[in-house]
Design a protein around this ligand. Structure first.
Ligand SMILES: [Zn+2]
Length: 136
């Protein structure tokens, strides 16, 4: 996986999430948008895999670009490999985890995002099963 240095300037080209919602009255929606800013490391609370760029705006200091939308990353004029999962990666993996009280939970990983079938994940969108080892 490509690693970036905090503070280095990156230009990140993303799929525009509203492009698929365009209609006859709004035909000028670009398919891609490019954001440029200083790379920021992922804060601990961030649950999605994203490239974070500083915006320089005090009220909106960080822009998180979901890895699933990223199609190209440039460092100056150099195109750097996009870390997985790429925009084109739609693989889905599932496996099971044994919890306490002999419960069995299913973990699903889709585009690098994991979900769990346990109650805790349902409430908090986080749980200990997500990073546990699969049952062999
Ligand atoms: Zn869980």
């Amino acid at each position: 996986m490509t690693s970036f240095q905090p503070g280095e300037t990156l230009s990140v080209k993303c799929k525009n999430s509203i492009f698929s919602m365009r209609n006859g009255y709004c035909t000028f929606v670009p398919e891609f948008e490019t954001f440029t800013g200083a790379y920021m490391t992922s804060p601990g609370w961030q649950k999605i895999q994203a490239i974070n760029l500083a915006t320089g705006d005090a009220f909106f200091p960080m822009r998180a670009l979901a890895m699933t939308d990223v199609v190209e990353i440039r460092r100056g004029s150099e195109i750097v490999p996009v870390p997985l999962p790429m925009a084109s990666d739609h693989s889905v993996k599932t496996w099971t985890i044994s919890g306490s009280k002999n419960q069995v939970y299913t973990i699903t990983e889709e585009n690098g995002r994991r979900t769990c079938t346990c109650l805790g994940f349902n409430f908090r969108r986080a749980c200990k099963h997500i990073d546990a080892r699969p049952i062999q």
